[in-house]
Ligand binder design. Sequence first.
Ligand code: ADP
Length: 336
Amino acid sequence: AEGDQAQEVYIVEEGRVALDMGLSLGGHTKRRATIETAGPGQAIGWSALTGTQTFTMTARCLDKTRVMAIDAAQVRQLFDANSQLGYRVMQGITEVVRSRLNKVREVLAYILAIASHDLKSPLHAVQSYHQVMLGGFAGPLTEKQKNMLVRSGERILGLLNLIDDILDVSRLEAGEIKKEKLDLAEVTQSCIENVQTAAIEKEIRLTCELPGKPCYTMGESTRLQQVVNNLLSNAVKFTPGGGQVSLRIKEQDDSILVEVSDTGIGIPSDDLPRIFDDFYRGKNALPGGAGLGLSIAKKIVEALGGRIWAESPYGESATGSRFTFILPRTAAGGQE
Ligand code: ADP
């Protein structure tokens, strides 16, 4: 079952096994979804081999099924007892796992293609009908009807943004990012304006510490704004009224450091190692997110040769979170 630590690796001999996971998109309640099915020759439960992590999904037999079970602890012990044999067994299992992962990638590419065309185009069509109606071009509307249209329009926009986020994940994984020389201080300044209204509404003090001279790096400005926007909007979202959110940019020898800290509710220690994973949402998560913001930020920073991490609590404070990323510094005159 999902959440249990896998003890055995199973290789399906006959029949079919569905692998299910509880998924929650856009802050809705979790629904169980079948992520994939494993058939003869395919392995399931291989996270058992690492011995420490719990990545399992729920395995459900769809037909009368026969599997071969391999005790993962014994495979790990085999390494100590006879490393050559252990290596050969592991190599065999890895080969079986690899074939399953290749299939998963094909399925993912297919789902993303559906997401981009079959989901986005009808939503765009609905959006333009909304605009026509709201503009009064399809006859007069009552206040109540207008409000309903505005509210449903917001839901459509949320869905379109979610689809864009999912597409972003795949584009970034394919390494689609530009590298142009830009001033990181200038790029991030506009992000402050984006969260200002939300911060004022919650009476959160927003401070910004910049080095006072350009900080050059190689990157794509819209992508870097996406990183900083995500960090700042999370900071404002997870900080109660009256708190403080700070953005700091610092030049180091060969890198530029960007830090977003808040005095908010903090991140529970068991969530901390997983918050950059795709679709991961912590115990403290608030409605209206899909758990993709940080994973997209990480993919962008790493595609540009940088690193991103989170600390909570940080420094002297007992609460709050601090997100930091560093990017390689580019000399003022040169290209790289
Ligand atoms: P989302 O905000 O859509 O849930 P993110 O990928 O942006 O997804 O964040 C993942 C999770 O990390 C959040 O659900 C939340 O639990 C945690 N998190 C992110 N930023 C903060 C923060 N500044 N303070 C506390 N928790 C945070």
